[in-house]
Structure formats: structure tokens, C-alpha cells
Design a protein around this ligand. Structure first.
Ligand code: NAD
Length: 374
């Protein structure tokens, strides 16, 4: 059989980005060798690195056109992180690294974000929750990414009669939450498909007791649920969901929700594991998908060789699973990471007083360790 080839647009970005990207690529290459697949990676500029490279040109930018074209033409995009103090400015006319992220998400039409939260038993003590609550936590939050409150009409008025403090003239602001059936359907349907490949449970989170968008969301969800009799579907109000996530997180398999609720719940859920350096995310759309760690560019430790590369490596896992349908190979990566942690290997951010000094690894050594366990 001909050897498969996948082309990956790699975006190292700024800060620790290039350091952790190197480890992601290392693991990807090791999987390729074992699975008889060629992964061809091509680096492109994004974020502060892109701003520096385009400085002095007519259009300094955090996302050069070549990067977007290369991303669209590739089979998947693997991003590390962008940003840093060098590019922090309040001048609205100057580009900022984070604009590169928004622009590439928009440019690729990514309408769904996926954040798995998986407990590695070896790291249970890093969580702010009691260890017994974390037994078996393995959930994924599916968040709508391009609709709702963040993309509706934003209005601000200054001198509105009766809006001022004390009843006089004053300021008034509104943000509109909007959804079309189409936008809801494609995300909820994806969640049910995902549940079918997992443990077969979907919790749909809304605020249908108050919001019209939520009532429509719920109707659509019920119609889709009828098409998936093998998946157990439950509705949950967002306030209850926030509570349940810390009270009994192990009950969840797939949580699907709209943009704003998802933004908040996914950050809450990320704290279950207690370690930012472990969390990967995927953004999917109709074309090329994008995979990245949930953390930022960690400028405080950039260049020191101590960054935790595991979120980047787990982004590779998501890429194999969702862009290349290589579930077995994705499982190899999870097992390798789990074995490395079970055997006590740590980077500085996830080490504790009980970690022997010779088990605290740098970025490169942790990447090597994962490859060794693969
Ligand atoms: P951050 O996630 O970069 O860092 C927060 C803390 O976590 C820091 O102490 C950092 O050292 C630590 N940390 C993060 N990732 C780590 C890793 N892999 N290994 C070890 N420690 C790790 O968030 P921040 O400090 O708020 O932001 C720094 C820069 O990153 C800013 O410019 C911000 O805009 C940008 N940012 C980018 C993204 C992205 O690229 N998707 C996301 C968030 C923040």
C-alpha cells in the first residue's frame, strides 16, 4: 500500500512556542515512523514573530497572507503560542500578536472548539479538587466558536433619558446574542458524533428558562438526540453545569454549549487538572483544522528550556484523531504520556516536593521521554 503523506502547517510563534513545537514535531515523527505515514511539516510565521518579519513593510501584520494560504492548503495546522511583552502596546494602529490568532481562526472558518479534560492519575495532587472527586474524569467540552454574544451587535449610547444614575440622562449598552439554526445544528451534531465514539453521553448546556436562543438550542438538540438513540442526552442549565463540573466532574463525557457559556465552562474545567501545561485544544471547521495548547507563550520562562511540552504533544494527539482519523496512533501518545507521568517524570511546572531532582526534566528531555515510551 502506498505510504500516506500529510502536510502540516506548523506555527511555532513566540516565547516558549518554538521550544515546545520542536517536541511536538519530534513525537509526530516518531508516530509517523511507527505507523508508516509521512508527516511533512512546514514552518510559517504568526504572532510577534510575524510582526517582526513584516515590520517596516506596508502592512506589518501578525498573520501574513502567506501563512494563511499555507494553512488553508495544508491537511492540518499545528500552532504553539503567540505573544509577549515585546509586542505589548496600547497603540491601536500597531498590530498585536493575538490578532494573528483571531485572524487565522476566522480565515480558516473554524466554528467549533474542542477542549478535552483528561485526568492523569499521577497528577491528581496538582488539582485544587479533592483527589477522590477526580477519579475517572475524562470529558470534552464542545464550544460553538463564531456565533452568539461575542459576534452579535454591540451598542453603546451616552445620553439616554432615564438611563443615568438617579434617573437623569446617562449611558446605555447592549450586546445581542444571535444564533441561526444552522450554526447550532452543526455543533450539536458534531457533539453527538463524538459521544458515539466515546462513552455515549451528551450534556447540552443552555439557559432555556431565560433565553430564546437557548430555547431554540434545546429544540434542535432534542431533534438531533432522536437521531442518536444510542447516545444518552441530557439538558443542563449553565448555572447548574458550573456547579456540577466541580461537584461531580466524572459524570460528564461530552458537554456541548454556545460560545459564551463554553468560554467560561472550558476555563473552569481546565482547572480540574490543575496544570495548564497539560491541556490541548482543537478548533474545527469545514476546512483545515487547527490544534494548539490551551496555554500562552509563557514569556517568563522562554529560552530557559524548562517549558512543559505535553500540551503541545497532546495537541498532536488531537490532530491525529480529528484530522487524520488515526485513533490508535492518538491513543499511543496518550499512553506514552501517561506512562512517563506514572513513572514519575515531570517538568518543573508539574513537579512537587515528592519529585526526586533527577526526575525533573527540561523541555527536550520530556519530549525524548515520550518518544521513548511510544
Ligand atoms: P501563559 O499561559 O503564557 O502563562 C501563564 C503561566 O503559566 C506562566 O507562569 C507560565 O510560565 C506558565 N506556563 C504556561 N505554559 C506553560 C508550559 N507549557 N510549561 C510551563 N509553564 C507554563 O499566560 P500569560 O502569562 O497570561 O500570557 C503570556 C502571553 O501569552 C501573552 O502575550 C498572552 O497574550 C499570550 N497568550 C497566548 C495564547 C495563545 O497563543 N493561544 C493564549 C493565552 C495567552
Amino acid at each position: 500500500m502506498a505510504r500516506a503523506t500529510y502536510r502540516i502547517c506548523t506555527l511555532p510563534g513566540d516565547g516558549i512556542g518554538p521550544e515546545i513545537m520542536a517536541e511536538g514535531k519530534k513525537v509526530l515523527a516518531a508516530v509517523g515512523t511507527r505507523a508508516n505515514v509521512d508527516f511533512v511539516c512546514e514552518d510559517h510565521l504568526i504572532g510577534g514573530a510575524a510582526i517582526d518579519a513584516t515590520e517596516g513593510t506596508e502592512h506589518p501584520t501578525a498573520l501574513p497572507k502567506e501563512t494563511l494560504l499555507a494553512a488553508r492548503a495544508s491537511d492540518a495546522v499545528l500552532l504553539a503560542a503567540v505573544g509577549g511583552p515585546k509586542w505589548t502596546n496600547t497603540d491601536a494602529d500597531k498590530p498585536r500578536p493575538e490578532q494573528g490568532l483571531l485572524a487565522i481562526r476566522k480565515g480558516l472558518g473554524l466554528y467549533l472548539n474542542l477542549r478535552p479534560v483528561r485526568m492523569f492519575d499521577a497528577l491528581r495532587d496538582a488539582s485544587p479538587l479533592r483527589p477522590e472527586l477526580l477519579e475517572g474524569v475524562d470529558l470534552v467540552i464542545v464550544r460553538e466558536l463564531t456565533g452568539g454574544l461575542y459576534f452579535g451587535e454591540h451598542r453603546r449610547e451616552r445620553d439616554v433619558e432615564g438611563a443615568g444614575v438617579g434617573g437623569g440622562k446617562g449611558g446605555f449598552a447592549s450586546d445581542t446574542m444571535e444564533y441561526s439554526e444552522y450554526e447550532v445544528d452543526r455543533v450539536v451534531r458534531w457533539a453527538f458524533e463524538a459521544a458515539r465514539r466515546r462513552r455515549g453521553v451528551v450534556h447540552s448546556v443552555d439557559k432555556a428558562n431565560v433565553l430564546e436562543t437557548s430555547r431554540m438550542w434545546r429544540e434542535i438538540t432534542h431533534a438531533i438526540a432522536a437521531e442518536y438513540p444510542d447516545v444518552r442526552a441530557e439538558d443542563l442549565y449553565v448555572d447548574n453545569a458550573a456547579m456540577q463540573l466541580v461537584a461531580n466532574p466524572a459524570q460528564f463525557d461530552v458537554i456541548v454549549t454556545e460560545n459564551t457559556f463554553g468560554d467560561i465552562l472550558s476555563d473552569e474545567a481546565s482547572m480540574l487538572t490543575g496544570s495548564l501545561g497539560m491541556l490541548a485544544s482543537a478548533s474545527l471547521g469545514s476546512g483545515t483544522a487547527l490544534y494548539e495548547p490551551s496555554h500562552g507563550s509563557a514569556p517568563d520562562i522562554a529560552g530557559k528550556g524548562i517549558a512543559n511540552p505535553l500540551a503541545q504533544i497532546l495537541s498532536v494527539e488531537l490532530m491525529l484523531r480529528h484530522s487524520f482519523q488515526m485513533d490508535d496512533e492518538a491513543d499511543w501518545i496518550v499512553s506514552a504520556v501517561r506512562s512517563a507521568l506514572d513513572d514519575g517524570w515531570r517538568t518543573a511546572d508539574i513537579a512537587d516536593d515528592a519529585t526526586p531532582a533527577d526526575h525533573v526534566l527540561g523541555t527536550v528531555a520530556m519530549g525524548d521521554k515520550v518518544v521513548e515510551y511510544l
